[in-house]
Design a protein around this ligand. Structure first.
Ligand code: GLY
Length: 361
């Protein structure tokens, strides 16, 4: 590891910069002194096992392990698992029923990575196809490319017989309309005169931020490790905005020699820090999954400097969550800001909920 890669050096450098910025006064963010040497939540499971984001991943991990237990492939297992959320109209952060972009169009991102072959396939800003993770798999298996976006991704999906359907549910459309009608007093859209007619409530109350997503990784009994991440992305995003989910190294990464990692939350932070790649590399260097996920949180905190993205303490004002497993069956996760986040794990014994560690209160 080079000197500049050494996290304690970079932490020291960051502290020096902060101190200089504060005119020499000691200014130590709470997270800088945090020790990562003791982890509370890392736990080990006997493969086959699957992990996923806690708020929506239970059906996925259950399905993935069922398939692996019955002799199915780990990639089949985790993709079939996340397909459940892609089809679920009540999960407004993934697939059918996802919150649309600013034009009212649902655009989906997804990626798969096979840690056994180091191959990956992704789709970005894909419209009208309910299972973007299946299309991503076909990009990996049936093309020489890794990422197809927009019209090209849709054409490719049609080639493979995927049916086009309207992914915008009434519930998601009503939320989008409410957002649009209350966005500004200086446009031509008005909310209903009687506020009681606007019954939709705020999505902020239901979702902790305008990001959702499902990530699922699996480890089979032969040591094979694969990962998938699928999402409808940032609520009301600009048309064509692609987040971290379909970008290998950002929203997911898998290497059978080490482990796998994936993320939910603010995709731009993962795109700018290649967080999932970082987590797998930290595990390669000996970190436990939870320690590695905390390192990714720390990296984001160090690199977030733009005033609109930090609070009065200089800390990121958004959240990102990480989920990881290693080849020994150890699992753990972390979130940037404490929000009682969790991850789901399934193995032969059933479903387990694991609390995420956090960097910031
Ligand atoms: N992490 C999902 C997104 O930002 O699109």
């Amino acid at each position: 590891m080079s000197r500049s890669e050494n996290p304690s050096n970079s932490r020291r450098e960051f502290l020096k910069r902060l101190t200089a910025a504060a005119g020499g006064a000691a200014l130590t963010p709470a997270w800088v002194s945090k020790s990562f040497s003791k982890t509370s939540s890392d736990r080990s499971f006997e493969p086959p096992l699957a992990i996923a984001s806690g708020f929506n991943g239970e059906p996925a991990v259950k399905k993935a392990v069922e398939i692996m237990q019955n002799g199915g492939d780990v990639l089949d297992g985790i993709i079939s698992g996340v397909n459940i959320q892609e089809e679920d109209p009540d999960d407004m952060t993934v697939g059918y029923g996802g919150v649309p972009n600013e034009k009212g169009v649902v655009q989906l991102d997804a990626a798969v990575m096979d840690g056994r072959t180091h191959e990956s396939g992704s789709v970005g800003a894909l419209e009208n196809i309910m299972h973007p993770s299946r299309v991503a798999r076909l990009v990996m298996e049936r093309t020489d490319h890794s990422l197809l976006v927009g019209e090209g991704a849709l054409r490719f999906a049609r080639m493979h017989g995927f049916k086009e359907e309207n992914l915008l549910t009434d519930r998601a459309r009503e939320r989008w309309l409410e957002w649009k009608e209350t966005l500004s007093d200086d446009d031509n859209y008005f909310p209903p005169e009687n506020p009681d007619d606007n019954q939709t409530g705020s999505l902020w109350e239901e979702f902790e931020s305008h990001h959702g997503t499902i990530h699922c990784s699996g480890l089979d009994a032969n040591g094979g490790i694969c990962a998938v991440t699928t999402t409808s992305g940032l609520f009301y995003k600009m048309p064509g905005r692609v987040g971290d989910s379909p970008i290998t190294g950002a929203g997911l990464f898998a290497d059978t020699k080490v482990g796998a990692a994936g993320s939910t939350g603010r995709g731009e932070a993962n795109l700018q820090n290649l967080s999932s790649f970082l987590i797998v590399e930290r595990m390669r260097m000996g970190d436990s999954p939870e320690e590695a996920c905390l390192k990714a949180c720390e990296r984001i905190a160090e690199n977030t400097k733009i005033p609109r993205l930090v609070n009065e303490k200089g800390e990121p004002n958004f959240n990102v969550r990480f989920y990881a497993l290693n080849r020994d069956g150890q699992v753990g996760g972390a979130e940037l800001r404490s929000s009682n986040g969790s991850m789901k794990v399934a193995d032969r014994s059933g479903i387990h909920t694991i609390e995420l560690a956090h960097l910031l209160e």
